[in-house]
Each structure stands twice: as structure tokens, then as C-alpha cells.
Design a protein around this ligand. Structure first.
Ligand code: ADP
Ligand code: MG
Length: 685
């Protein structure tokens, strides 16, 4: 199988080039062939213009020119940008590189000839090019037709890449196995794999390119779905589901003793879950509700139902802080009902852990709350019937499966999340998952007031912070980083902590919380904050998830521009949990109008679903919905958001194949080849 050979099999690739290719995750000839150019990254040399011909209408255009001058400029507040002036026979143009793009400008040399794409507008002196992408223009290239542009690193050039890929295609011409079943190719009208491969790298024309792209997008999504279905099936199919009885006295008592009345939405969600549990088919349900909508209590009911029926339930949270908090809540609810609870996290002492595990295995604990520590092999249940994961976007597919596998029978699975998940991602990541929704929040809450200030107001904001503390309230200060780093101008938790606790908040009880602290220290800090022994918590986003301290009424976010909207919304959800008016102050060092507009959205809306949508529009899907977050392989060419229709169709074909399949070996080989055995690792770990 030539495609499994190392890239060094090609002439011109020695250890040095191979190492550079490895940085792009290219190890084999097969990897090289599936290193597709980004969807929009093709250059049509027939559309090449001179500088004079460039239209200044803000559209993206392409031209070649020679580097004439490189200089740095300042943009207020000490932020630099770089202007590279280029020229051809017809005139001059200025290329603008901002912030983290500046390193690209630094690599240019005077008199170097480059091929440039970018957005063209009229500047004061010359045409102005932004969103610049350039590559070295190899004069030896014949500049006609459509050419791929690969994302590269190190000393690799486009010319290298094209040459190597051409060589690899030559091998493919002799022997390239098809990766889609015949009938799929026919029904979808795809071209054969070799033609598609040639056209995705060296398109004959735009139409052939689109066709090739469509095929590979489909192929990738199809195999992904096959992989998920195949491994899920081989993991789960053998087990029977569990039937719970109708809600009995314990549940009625629990609902009656809650300190509040369930909202309509909560009641509705609970009915759906309860019915699922009474059915023999294992539940696969996601409970979606904005931050503060009251999901935890629904989780409590679910666990209580397991206990009421003589089974065990467990709830997994992404952090120790959150697990401990859930444990407290559940213990309060469950103690009067005789439901026995336990807490299992990484920082529990060996002896205690041993005792807990023994009781769990003997069925002497009904409900256990914990972190990833629950996944360890020696955690054994006597009769597990319900598995809940809270704030699931922190857990992967494989982790959820591992937890569900701890029952003799297939337990009911409930996933609680505040992050709205686009339908296509839900399909991809969870398969067929039913959704329960809690809209809105419990009554009597005041909306958190969100204010957006630039840094000049910092001292005033800190003064406000001090006033709140003097009134007996608590507050959070959130920073994007733990320590100062290369990223100048970004406030770190350590620095802010030092500054505040030695300055404005000298006589106030401050504490520092971040991900690098030991788990036991994190817990100690969080417990003290929850108990009101700390007034101001200076932290990174570790507090983002689920923490509930009703007396905390103010949150200050430093360098708010560094966070996504959905993330800021999650953060903001930490305040406004009591009956007091709460505030969220977004401090930002930038006066960039786009950023300010983005933060303004947060001031205008407190609807997490809407904000996530906006984030999607503003930041693109890739950042938010990488599959890797879910423990799945990242996609090379398909896009979870853009390719909705293809996902749906790929899933249909995959289901059909799985249902009627007779050739499992071949299917596994295809899946494992496409995804480097990642599915095996995910599901067998
Ligand atoms: P999230 O959905 O973000 O996990 P929580 O479950 O932490 O939200 O609930 C937030 C707060 O709302 C908790 O203090 C909880 O006790 C309270 N709460 C939940 N349901 C209701 C209700 N129906 N009425 C009043 N308060 C409620
Ligand atoms: Mg929660």
C-alpha cells in the first residue's frame, strides 16, 4: 500500500523537509494527497491584474508585485501595524498587516516578487490592500489556469508542495482504492476518486473543482458517520435498556420540598425525561437551557428516580469545583429522602476513595457525583441506571460512552448543556439525540446589567467594586491569562490580583483562582468564596462553568475583547443568581469599532442561543465547533456548519450501509484509514 509509505519515498524530501511536513500532520503519501487546499484558496491566473487595473471597491483581487519598502506604524495605544509598499510597472500599493499578521510582513525581503490576494480600497496615497495573503511568485511557474494554494509552514514553498503532490498523484494513477460504495457514487453523481483527486489539487476548471470538493466533503462526512455508527453499535448493541417505574412517593416528596416551584418549562422537561426513563429503550437526551435556567434540579429529579427504583445514578461534571457544588446541592435535597450520596474527584484521599468505591459496588450509595475520576476502571456500580453529564461541551464522545458502559445494562443518558448546539453538530456528535429545552429563567431574577467601558474607566470600575464589597456583596474579576506573557497589553490574573490586593482592595479579602492551581487549592478557594469568606475572586475562565454563588453581584471582565460572546455570556451567568441587581462590566483596551460592536451585542441581549448564533456569524464555525472538543477527529475539508445538507445526506447513506452491511472488514479499514484509527482509540480507551 503505497499511500502508507513515508513522504521521504519521494525525491527531494529528506529528513528536514519531512520534519516540516510533519508539522502539517503530513507523514505519508496518503496524507500528502489529502492535504487539500482550503476551499477558497485557489488562484485563477487568468484574473491576474496590474496595480493600475485593481478596482478600489473593497473586493478581493489578485496581482503580482515587487516589495519596495517595509515600515512599522503606530495606531494609538502603542499598538503597531506594518505597511509593506509594493510596486509593479503601473504603480504602487500598500499592504496592511495588523496585530498577529505582522510576522508575515517580517518575512518579506526588499525586491522580492510576490503574488498577492487581498481586499482593495483606495488609501490616501496609494491603493490599500487589507486581509493580505501572499506567496512567493516563482518565476518559473507557468502562470495560467487555476492553481491550489496550500497552507504551509517553515521553509516549504508552494512550488515544493505542488511538485510532491503531482508525484504522489502519479502513484495514485496506477492504484487508488475507491473509498465510497458504488451505489453511493452513482446515486450522488460523484466522479471517481482519482479524477476528483486530480481536480481538487490541479483543477481543470472551476466546475471540476467544485465537483471534486463536493465529493471529498461527502466522503469525509460519510466516513465520519460510518465510524460513529459502527463503533457505537459495536459498543452498545449487546445491552438491554432499563425500565423505571412511574414517579412515586420519593419524587413527589422531593418536588414538594424544593425551595421553589418548578417552572412550566422545567416541568415539561421533567415529563419528557421521566417518560424516557420509563421506557425500555435507553434514553439519549440532551437538556438544553441557558445559564441559570435551572437544569441542576432536573438532574436531581432524574437521579432521584433512579434511586426510587432501587438503582444507582451518577453525575459527571467537568471541574472539581462544579462537582463539589452539585454534591452539596444534591445532598441537601436527598438527605431527608434517605437517598445516599457520594462525591468522587481526583483529590479525594486514597482511603476515603477505597471506602466509597466499596460502598458503590455494594449498592450502598445511590447517587455519586464526580469528575473524570468517575471514569477510572475500578469505579464499579452495582446497578447503574442513569448517567448524567453536566456542561457536556467539555466531555468527549468517548468519555460519555465510557461512563455509560459502566452499567450491566445500558443506562439512560442525560446530557445537560448551556451551549446551544447546532442541529448538524448534534447529529454528528450525538447521533439521534432527543432534545429537551428549558427556555428563560426562573421568575424573580433581575436581568444582569451589562456595561462596556474602555480602560480609562478602570479606576472608577474598581471603586464601584469596592463599594459593592463594603455593602457586603461579593465580586469576580476575570482575566484572559494566568500570567503575563508575550501578549503585551493583556491583563493577567496574577498581575491584577497583585495590583488589587496591594492597592484599591488592600483591606478586602481577595483570592486568586486559576487552572494551574492544585485541585485541592482550587476547591479551598471556591469553597471559601461560596461561604462568603472571600469578597473578591480574581480568576481566569475556570469559573466559567456552572458555579453558583448568589451573593456575587458584580463581575468585571478584563480584556473582554479576548473572549467570544458565548463565553462572556457563560461568565456573566455567574452573577445575577440572587434577587439583587447584578452587574457585568466589560473592560476593553481596544477602541476598534468592530470589537466594540461585538461587545455591544452582549449589552443588548441575554439570550444565550442568540449570542451563540452571533458568535457563529462573527467568528466563524471553526473556532466554536471544532470536533476535537468532542473527542472526534478534526475534519480536513468538510465544515460542520456550512455543509449541513451534505451531513444529513451522508448520514442517511451511512445508516443504510451500517444496517445492511456485510463487509465489516472493508468498512473498518476505510474508517481507520481516513481517521488514523482515532475511532478505535476513542471507543476502546
Ligand atoms: P443552570 O441551568 O445554569 O445549571 P442552576 O441549576 O444552577 O442553573 O440554577 C440556578 C439557580 O436557580 C439555582 O440557585 C437554583 O436553585 C435556582 N432555581 C432553579 N429552578 C428554580 C425555580 N423554578 N424557581 C426559582 N429558582 C430556581
Ligand atoms: Mg449548571
Amino acid at each position: 500500500m503505497w499511500w502508507k509509505e513515508s513522504v521521504t519515498a519521494l525525491k527531494g524530501i529528506g529528513p528536514k523537509k519531512a520534519a516540516e511536513l510533519a508539522e502539517l500532520n503530513i507523514y505519508t503519501l496518503g496524507d500528502l494527497l489529502s492535504y487539500y487546499p482550503r476551499q477558497e484558496a485557489y488562484v485563477d491566473y487568468s484574473r491576474l491584474r496590474t496595480i493600475r487595473e485593481l478596482a478600489t471597491d473593497g473586493s478581493k483581487q489578485i496581482f503580482t508585485a515587487v516589495v519596495f519598502r517595509i515600515r512599522d506604524s503606530f495606531q494609538g495605544r502603542g499598538r503597531k501595524f506594518t505597511v509593506v509598499t509594493v510596486r509593479d510597472e503601473t504603480g504602487y500599493a500598500d499592504l496592511y498587516f495588523f496585530m498577529n499578521q505582522r510576522y508575515m510582513a517580517k518575512k518579506l525581503k526588499i525586491d522580492e516578487k510576490i503574488l498577492i490576494t487581498g481586499r482593495i480600497k483606495q488609501g490616501r496615497n496609494a491603493k490599500m490592500v487589507s486581509e493580505v495573503f501572499y506567496q512567493t511568485a516563482d518565476s518559473a511557474d507557468v502562470l495560467t489556469g487555476i492553481w491550489p494554494v496550500y497552507s504551509l509552514c517553515g521553509g516549504l514553498t508552494q512550488k515544493n508542495m505542488r511538485h510532491w503532490i503531482k508525484e504522489a498523484i502519479k502513484r495514485a494513477e496506477k492504484d487508488l482504492p475507491e473509498s465510497l460504495p458504488d451505489y453511493v457514487i452513482k446515486e450522488c453523481g460523484f466522479t471517481d476518486r482519482l479524477t476528483a483527486l486530480q481536480n481538487i489539487h490541479f483543477p481543470r476548471d472551476w466546475n471540476s473543482l467544485r465537483q471534486a470538493q463536493r465529493r471529498f466533503v461527502f466522503e469525509e462526512l460519510f466516513l465520519l458517520q460510518c465510524g460513529l455508527l459502527y463503533y457505537r453499535q459495536s459498543n452498545e448493541s449487546a445491552k438491554a435498556g432499563i425500565k423505571h417505574g412511574q414517579d412515586g412517593q420519593i419524587l413527589q416528596k422531593l418536588i414538594a420540598t424544593l425551595p421553589f416551584k418548578l417552572t412550566e418549562q422545567q416541568q415539561h422537561a421533567w415529563r419528557e425525561i421521566s417518560l424516557d426513563m420509563q421506557d425500555i429503550t435507553p434514553m439519549h437526551r440532551i437538556l438544553q437551557g441557558d445559564v441559570g435556567s435551572g437544569k441542576t434540579v432536573i438532574g436531581a429529579l432524574t437521579l432521584a428516580k433512579a434511586a426510587e427504583n432501587g438503582f444507582q445514578g451518577c453525575m459527571m461534571a467537568p471541574t472539581e469545583i462544579l462537582a463539589a457544588q452539585h454534591y452539596q446541592t444534591l445532598k441537601e435535597y436527598f438527605l431527608p429522602l434517605g437517598i445516599r450520596t457520594g462525591l468522587l474527584t481526583g483529590s479525594i484521599k486514597t482511603k476515603e476513595r477505597k471506602a466509597l468505591l466499596d460502598r458503590l459496588a455494594a449498592g450502598e450509595i445511590d447517587v455519586v457525583v464526580g469528575t473524570h475520576a468517575l471514569l477510572q476502571e475500578d469505579v464499579v456500580f452495582q446497578k447503574l441506571s442513569v448517567v448524567i453529564t453536566d456542561e457536556q461541551h467539555r466531555f468527549g464522545v468517548g468519555q460519555r460512552a465510557a461512563l455509560a458502559n459502566k452499567g450491566q445494562d445500558a443506562p439512560d443518558v442525560l446530557v445537560m448543556t448551556a451551549t446551544p448546539i447546532p442541529r448538524t453538530l448534534a447529529l454528528t456528535v450525538y447521533g439521534d439525540l432527543e432534545v429537551s429545552l428549558i427556555k428563560g429563567r426562573p421568575p424573580g431574577r433581575k436581568k444582569v446589567q451589562t456595561l462596556c467601558y474602555t480602560e480609562e474607566k478602570r479606576l472608577e470600575v474598581y471603586a464601584g467594586l469596592r463599594r459593592q464589597v463594603k455593602k457586603g456583596r461579593q465580586a469576580y474579576v476575570v482575566c484572559p491569562l494566568i500570567q503575563e506573557s508575550e501578549n503585551l497589553g493583556v491583563r493577567s490574573a496574577e498581575n491584577v490580583f497583585r495590583e488589587l490586593s496591594q492597592g484599591v482592595l488592600q483591606d478586602v479579602r481577595c483570592a486568586l483562582l486559576h487552572g494551574k492551581l492544585k485541585d485541592s487549592d482550587k476547591n479551598a478557594v471556591m469553597t471559601a468564596f461560596a461561604a462568603g469568606e472571600i469578597d473578591v475572586l480574581i480568576s481566569t475562565t475556570v469559573i466559567e462553568v456552572g458555579v453558583n454563588v448568589p451573593n456575587a453581584v458584580l463581575m468585571v471582565v478584563e480584556n473582554a475583547e479576548r473572549f467570544g460572546l458565548a463565553q462572556l455570556h457563560q461568565l456573566r451567568g455567574r452573577v445575577g443568581r440572587g434577587s439583587e441587581q447584578s452587574y457585568c462590566v466589560l473592560l476593553t483596551g481596544t477602541d476598534n469599532s468592530e470589537t466594540l460592536a461585538r461587545l455591544q451585542v452582549l449589552h443588548d441581549s441575554d439570550d444565550g442561543f442568540y449570542l451563540a448564533e452571533q458568535d457563529l456569524l462573527l467568528r466563524g464555525a471553526g473556532q466554536l465547533f471544532g470536533l476535537r472538543q468532542h473527542g472526534l477527529p478534526d475534519l480536513r475539508i468538510a465544515d460542520i456548519i456550512r455543509d449541513t445538507e451534505i451531513i444529513v445526506s451522508a448520514r442517511k447513506f451511512a445508516l443504510r450501509l451500517i444496517l445492511q452491511n456485510n463487509n465489516w472488514e472493508l468498512l473498518r479499514e476505510l474508517i481507520d484509514r481516513q481517521f488514523d484509527n482515532r475511532f478505535q482509540m476513542i471507543f476502546n480507551s
